[in-house]
Design a protein around this ligand. Structure first.
Ligand code: ZN
Length: 71
């Protein structure tokens, strides 16, 4: 098995660990509802992608459940 020949120094280890940062995900704006959304993802607020309905929103799913419960 290949093994490291020498132990890495503390400073080398710490430099490696210092290199991760909190990042803010890049956001784009939904053309349908003007909410922020992830680029290349369908909008979670209105369910549209490329001006086509591709997802059900939470509201629509809840409404469907209510309808099914009543009838
Ligand atoms: Zn939207």
């Amino acid at each position: 098995m290949p093994n490291p020949k020498r132990r890495h120094s503390v400073s080398r280890r710490d430099k490696r660990r210092a290199n991760w940062k909190l990042y803010i995900p890049t956001l784009s704006i939904c053309p349908m509802c003007k909410e922020f959304k992830l680029p290349h993802f369908a909008c979670f607020n209105c369910g549209y992608y490329n001006e086509e309905k591709v997802l059900k929103t939470k509201k629509e799913i809840e409404e469907e459940r209510k309808r099914k419960g009543k009838s």
